[in-house]
Write a protein that binds this ligand. Structure first.
Ligand code: NAG
Length: 359
């Protein structure tokens, strides 16, 4: 055999071995895998817990669903909510308020983005969640992730039928379009070789960092004695919608004890990863906490079923949530003319001025 041929054969052999190894790491997902994600078992390290500054006045006994808003000072005032006052009871949290600011409700620390406000609402108002449910949203009216042709959350929240949204699973993300979600089967599992190499090669890629960090974070949050029952493997994809705006039933919130939410908030406060990273990790946890698994009980959560429920088709979702039915030109993850990702995920600077007078 000529030397170059032998070299080529050796190289080919090496290449095939590496390829087989990668294929093995990303091997087929077992169809019946269940995880012990029904209870938050994180053990806080801190001895003192934050005091309540998030008790929302009048939420007790409200016949309307509550609208929990997580705003930052830069969002401007929350007047944009006014047209929605007939439909929702507002609980507005400012995550970066100076201590003296008392106009809006407050959180223990500006950490984990909207996650801190959402958990603080649940913890401080646990016994008073309205029977009509709760809607959790961000503090600006126009944002790229609002799934509406004008990116307008007033339009979305006016059209939203909360009770219908809650019918199938007691939880629904407000987005129907699958862009930037992990719903498409083409998105690799969070613990895959592909995702972890991306996180290592591009350390400033927060998306990759939080995706790659998800399996271990789930193990930390759901705890327990056997890590294999809480930590997804390299081949287990957690499919879910993007962007952490959603609607939840009271029943789904009360499925977990108040102490569990306190523990989850402590995880958010005590984990030492970057703010954006833990915030994004938490955005993959909400649906795990809230989607009704229908009788699965204590054995755990079936990942395949969870994934299916977390990712309804865009067409079904637009119709159920916003009454936009019989849309044309739909794939599973989008319908013509409903939503487009803006360039660089940014709306033009004057978008609010040019669109704000519409309603
Ligand atoms: C919401 O949907 C339900 C059907 O699930 C319907 O009975 C109700 O009238 C709808 N509410 C509004 C405000 O359209």
């Amino acid at each position: 055999m000529r030397r170059t041929t032998r070299k080529a054969l050796i190289n080919l052999g090496l290449f095939a071995t590496v390829l087989l190894f990668i294929v093995y790491l990303n091997g087929p997902q077992s169809k019946t895998k269940t995880f012990a994600w029904n209870e938050i078992r994180y053990k806080p390290t801190s001895a003192t817990l934050p005091k309540s500054r998030g008790i929302c006045h009048g939420v007790s006994g409200s016949s309307k669903p509550v609208l929990v808003v997580s705003r930052v000072e830069a969002d401007g005032d929350a007047k944009w909510l006014d047209p929605l006052a007939k439909l929702y009871h507002f609980c507005v949290y400012t995550v970066d308020a100076p201590d003296s600011d008392s106009k809006y409700l407050q959180v223990p620390a500006n950490r984990g983005h909207e996650g801190m406000a959402y958990l603080t609402f649940i913890i401080d108002n646990y016994d008073h969640i309205p029977a009509a449910g709760a809607v959790f949203v961000h503090g600006a009216r126009f944002q790229w992730h609002n799934d509406e042709p004008q990116y307008d959350n007033v339009a979305l929240l006016s059209a939203l039928n909360v009770s219908r949204a809650l019918e199938p699973s007691g939880y629904h993300n407000l987005r129907c379009d699958w862009s930037l979600s992990t719903c498409p089967s083409s998105v690799p599992p969070q613990g895959s070789f592909e995702t972890s190499s991306q996180a290592k090669l591009v350390p400033w890629d927060d998306r990759a960092a939080s995706d790659a960090g998800l399996p271990k974070a789930l193990a930390a949050i759901f705890g327990g004695n056997d890590i294999s029952t809480v930590q997804p493997s390299a081949s287990d994809a957690v499919r879910s919608q993007c962007c952490a705006q959603f609607v939840v039933s009271r029943k789904s919130i009360l499925r977990h004890s108040r102490e569990e939410y306190v523990a989850l908030r402590q995880w958010l406060l005590e984990d030492n990863r970057g703010d954006l990273v833990v915030g994004r990790i938490l955005s993959y946890v909400w649906h795990i906490l809230f989607i009704d698994q229908g009788g699965l009980g204590s054995e755990g959560i079936n990942l395949n079923k969870l994934n299916q429920r977390a990712c309804p088709s865009a067409q079904e979702c637009y119709c159920r949530l916003y009454g936009r039915c019989n849309l044309e030109g739909c794939t599973s993850g989008s319908c013509n003319g409903q939503y487009e990702l803006p360039t660089d995920l940014k709306l033009p600077k004057d978008w609010a001025q040019t669109h704000g007078q519409m309603s």
